[in-house]
Design a protein around this ligand. Structure first.
Ligand SMILES: [Zn+2]
Length: 301
């Protein structure tokens, strides 16, 4: 049973919009692609844990602030005797361990997922102790990408390789487990302790004027959109979307990037790249939002 569904991180959503509408600095572009890849990996693992038929709770994407530090748990599977902690990695290519350190094939040292896992499970054990719970914690680094190879991995390291994931899930399914009220309370408590990361922290500086305006395709992000009557057509992938839905996506993007801006017809018209007509935009906004104020001070919320 899924107690906390996987949701797309707000920071990833923001970077997606920024990447589309401005030239991200190189390091932010890299960070964006890592976040995206990480999230894709979590979705893949989530799809597998959804197949669990045993009595368990699945808690995704928890982040705690405890002991003056923060730690994150990608996927937690709560069963009768044990909490299974999964640190999901979507690495691709060849990696190796040497003298207890983790490297990518070209020899550059990388953040060791085992160290990260050890840290987060230790923090979790302390948090559970603090809450007065005695439940076993078993933790694993799960490498989800079938194109990942790790050389010289310590044999006894808690690593689940792509070829072992199905077996891991099947083994979990076979463990006898019955959850009771205590587990329910514990999971509710952990969910309530989740602290959302500020998605606006550490974003590259951006300004309204620096954003590339215009309709974009909901599928391929292309700006090559032509409006035909009630529809927007993507000239790159052929995707067809109603103007109404495209305008609502634009409003959503403005609200995400500039929460302080008031939504007005002129603003949305400008963001649409001056395509279409203002009357239609006003009608769409009027249908979905409440008009506040009058004349040139009117805005929608
Ligand atoms: Zn398209």
């Amino acid at each position: 049973m899924i107690k906390r569904p996987l949701t797309k991180p707000l920071k990833l959503i923001l970077l997606e919009i920024l990447n589309k509408r401005m030239d991200l600095p190189h390091d932010q572009k890299l960070y964006y692609s890592q976040l995206k890849k990480g999230y894709e990996g979590e979705m893949m693992f989530d799809a597998l844990t959804e197949k669990l038929s045993c009595d368990c709770y699945i808690l995704n994407g928890l982040r705690f602030e405890f002991n003056n530090t923060t730690f994150q748990i990608d996927s937690m599977i709560a069963m009768q005797q044990t909490l299974y902690i999964n640190e999901v990695k979507n690495f691709e290519g060849d990696y190796f361990y040497e003298n207890g350190k983790f490297y990518s094939r070209n020899g550059s040292e990388r953040k060791d997922p085992l160290v990260q896992l050890e840290r987060s499970s230790s923090q979790l054990r302390q948090l559970l102790h603090h809450l007065g719970y005695k439940i076993k914690v078993e933790s694993y680094v799960v490498h989800i990408n079938p194109e990942f190879t790790l050389y010289q991995a310590p044999l006894d390291a808690p690593i689940i390789f792509p070829t072992q994931i199905n077996r891991y899930i099947n083994n979990l399914n076979r463990i006898p487990t019955i959850l009771n009220r205590k587990h329910e309370i514990l999971c509710g408590k952990l969910i309530s302790l989740h602290v959302e990361e500020d998605p606006y922290a550490k974003l590259p500086p951006y300004k309204y004027g620096g954003m590339r305006k215009g309709f974009t395709c909901a599928i391929c992000n292309s700006f090559a959109i032509s409006v035909h009557g009630q529809h927007c057509v993507c000239e790159d992938c052929g995707h067809v979307e109603s103007v109404e839905s495209a305008v609502l996506r634009i409003v959503w993007e403005i609200k995400m990037l500039f929460p302080e801006l008031k939504i007005t017809t002129n603003l949305v018209y400008d963001w649409c790249g001056g395509v279409g007509d203002k009357k239609r935009i006003r009608r769409i906004l009027g249908k979905h939002f409440r008009l506040v104020g009058a004349h040139q001070w009117a805005y929608f919320e």
